[in-house]
Design a protein around this ligand. Structure first.
Ligand code: DQA
Length: 143
């Protein structure tokens, strides 16, 4: 079975409570359960950390044992060098996701230091970005 690990960064544990006008009303745990039901053909796992080094470790661990990673590094997207380095280091194909359209937001969110190392990126689709990434993965593996 194709293994896909979803790795979310800081404050994404607060989805559903955090700025719902930007990030929506649904908790990620609830949404993840829906994804598991929608994609029985994929082996999905979900990880979240508020700590940069823990995200690096998750990418290292999951990036050698999974076929694909879906990474939303949240605010670290705009500041981290270590997370892009980890993405570049692992063999898994990495899809970057942002819930909001970072290019419509504050200037400091316009820099995505990870995108260059990602196989593809989605932003601005809300939580559907994760679903779209999984749909793409299914299409690619069935080709
Ligand atoms: C985010 C966008 C980031 O700028 C922000 O810091 C987040 C979430 C998104 O998914 O839209 O925490 O990555």
């Amino acid at each position: 079975m194709i293994k896909v690990a979803i790795i979310n960064g800081p404050n994404l544990n607060l989805l559903g409570k955090r700025e719902p006008e930007i990030y929506g009303n649904k908790s990620f745990k609830l949404f993840f359960n829906e994804l598991v039901e929608i994609f029985p053909e994929l082996s999905l796992s979900y990880h979240q950390s508020n700590i940069e080094g823990e995200i690096v470790t998750l990418i290292q661990e999951q990036g050698f044992s999974s076929d694909y990673l879906i990474v939303n590094a949240a605010a670290y997207t705009h500041t981290s060098i270590a997370i892009p380095d980890a993405i570049a280091a692992v063999p898994a194909k990495v899809i970057g996701v942002h819930i909001s359209n970072i290019y419509q937001r504050e200037q400091e969110r316009h820099v995505d230091l990870m995108a260059k190392y990602c196989f593809a990126c989605l932003f601005g689709f809300g939580l559907s970005g994760y679903r779209l990434a999984l749909e793409y993965i299914l299409t690619e593996v069935n080709e």
